[in-house]
Design a protein around this ligand. Structure first.
Ligand code: CUA
Length: 141
């Protein structure tokens, strides 16, 4: 009987660990909804301090603006995303970022870039003939 209880305890612990692991992982990719403001439809990069940036990313057929985002290693970036036409995707595969760009809506996520490199942003929602070439990049160095 003691053995059965021990096994049960192990199973419960494994379950709790996997739950913690999953929630911990999702923490890096929480998409928030931000109240709509027309200011977000103007693409721009705002530097808050040496390692903190805001990017107002605008998706439209068929590109993202800004299309090149240069930041130093270790930067934390708040991405505010909208679309000026149809629904687009906003995917940074290496950073587990997966957002939708929607007309009239703003989605936000925060990403920390701790390694130098070029991080591709791609549209992963079919949006017409130019879809597969719709991309941008974050250049971290
Ligand atoms: Cu934009 Cu696919």
């Amino acid at each position: 009987e003691g053995k059965a209880i021990g096994m049960t305890a192990i199973v419960i612990m494994l379950f709790l660990f996997s739950l913690l692991y999953v929630t911990g992982k999702q923490k890096t990719d929480v998409v928030e909804c931000v109240p709509y403001d027309k200011a977000y439809t103007t693409p721009r990069i705002n530097q808050i301090d040496d390692k903190t940036y805001q990017v107002f990313a605008v998706a439209k057929m068929w590109n993202f603006e800004p299309s090149q985002i240069y930041i130093p290693v270790g930067s934390e970036v708040d991405f505010y995303l909208t679309s000026t036409d149809v629904v687009h995707g906003f995917n940074i595969a290496e950073k587990n970022v997966n957002m939708m760009a929607v007309y009239g809506g703003i989605n936000k996520t925060t990403v920390k870039f701790t390694e130098p490199g070029v991080y591709k942003i791609t549209c992963h929602e079919y949006c017409g003939i130019g879809h597969q070439n719709m991309q941008a990049e974050v250049i971290v160095n």
